[in-house]
Write a protein that binds this ligand. Structure first.
Ligand SMILES: [Zn+2]
Ligand SMILES: [Zn+2]
Length: 132
């Protein structure tokens, strides 16, 4: 079992089953709705998602994609989509697990719209914390 939460901790949840797939999505929709260069998701069975505390708000970002998030702090928790009925597409970053480093993505999808500099970020000057 793996626990997850939002930034303000109002929403806490647990995942009671296996991770089906871990995906880096480089599509423009995810980039825009998450404000991030790309998005890493963990697909789980909807029935393996258990809300422990708090309430989720949602927003229909397209006629298919619904984003579920903490209404207090805005942290995205999961997406759902009738095209992938029965799955919750969890945002990897809201998992609390110390295992995050071991939860390696299996695939990149929407590579056609991937930002080209992602290939070279490990070569950038790197600091342990923020630059002062
Ligand atoms: Zn929150
Ligand atoms: Zn996407």
């Amino acid at each position: 079992m793996v626990l997850g939460s939002c930034l303000c901790n109002a929403v806490q949840f647990k995942v009671t089953g296996d991770f089906k797939r871990i995906v880096n999505c480089h599509c423009n929709l995810c980039r825009k709705m998450n404000g991030a260069a790309f998005s890493t998701y963990v697909a789980i069975l909807q029935t393996d998602f258990e809300l422990v505390t708090g309430d989720l708000s949602f927003c229909d970002v397209t006629e298919n994609a619904r984003k579920h998030f903490c209404g207090e702090c805005g942290t995205p928790i999961f997406n759902s989509n009738p095209k992938y009925a029965g799955l919750n597409i969890l945002h990897l970053g809201c998992l609390d697990s110390d295992l995050l480093g071991e939860l390696k993505p299996d695939v990149n999808i929407y590579d056609e719209s991937k930002i080209s500099w992602l290939e070279s970020i490990s070569g950038l000057p790197t600091f342990d914390k923020a630059i002062g």
